[in-house]
Design a protein around this ligand. Sequence first.
Ligand code: SAM
Length: 240
Amino acid sequence: MEFEEFREICKLNGLEIDEAKARLLQSYVSLLIDWNRKINLISRKESDIWGRHILHSISPLFKIEIESSSLILDLGTGGGLPGIPWAILKQDSNFILLDGTLKKVEAVSDIIKKLGLENAKAVWGRAEEISKLNEYRNRFDYVICRAVGELKKVVKWSVKFLKPEIFPKKFLEKTESKFYLHSCSLIAFKGGDVEREINDAFKTSLVSEVDVVELNFLGFERINLEDKKVVLMKLTTKKV
Ligand SMILES: C[S@@+](CC[C@H](N)C(=O)[O-])C[C@H]1O[C@@H](n2cnc3c(N)ncnc32)[C@H](O)[C@@H]1O
């Protein structure tokens, strides 16, 4: 997929990408390709970066509305996915892009600097360690996470990062076209046996509600997303 087709699919799904954001996304893809020659950020066999990485990363935003001015953690960001495309498109929110591999964090920091993205910062460290630090514990409105591992593991880490809920709110409000997802939630990109992973995640007693969003947006058939879904979870956040 080329950029123009990507932009057209976004438009079909109600997401207009203005010139400034288009330039940032294009620069991101160039920088990602450059860095990927030096270190492994995304599969080198993958030729469809616009479809399988950028479109996939932003596709939940076609259906899910999140609260404005949020602080969002991208847990296991790798080469900045989905965090950088989200930071470009949601400039009213701030993003921490966390990864346990130093080289990847150095690459993502360089990309953020070259893009001039002021609402994103890359942080190096393992989720289980970083979540113990005051600076990151109980701080985030949302955790987003793509291709990092089993849901139950991601749930255990995320619950420490998310803000404790002070005034319980409805987790999700659905209209015909949109899901309004309130803060203190996990947004996990998943493939494979999602049902089993959700059942295992419930066994942690850290999940109070769940919903699964199918990525059947207009034009989804142009990229092979197979069994890919987005799992939304309300966790039993408490001050830890
Ligand atoms: C398969 S990659 C996916 C990267 C990116 N989210 C994407 O969609 O392209 C998984 C990433 O998670 C990171 N990771 C795995 N476990 C982690 C942990 N406990 N703490 C921080 N990062 C972790 C790895 O270093 C790796 O970069």
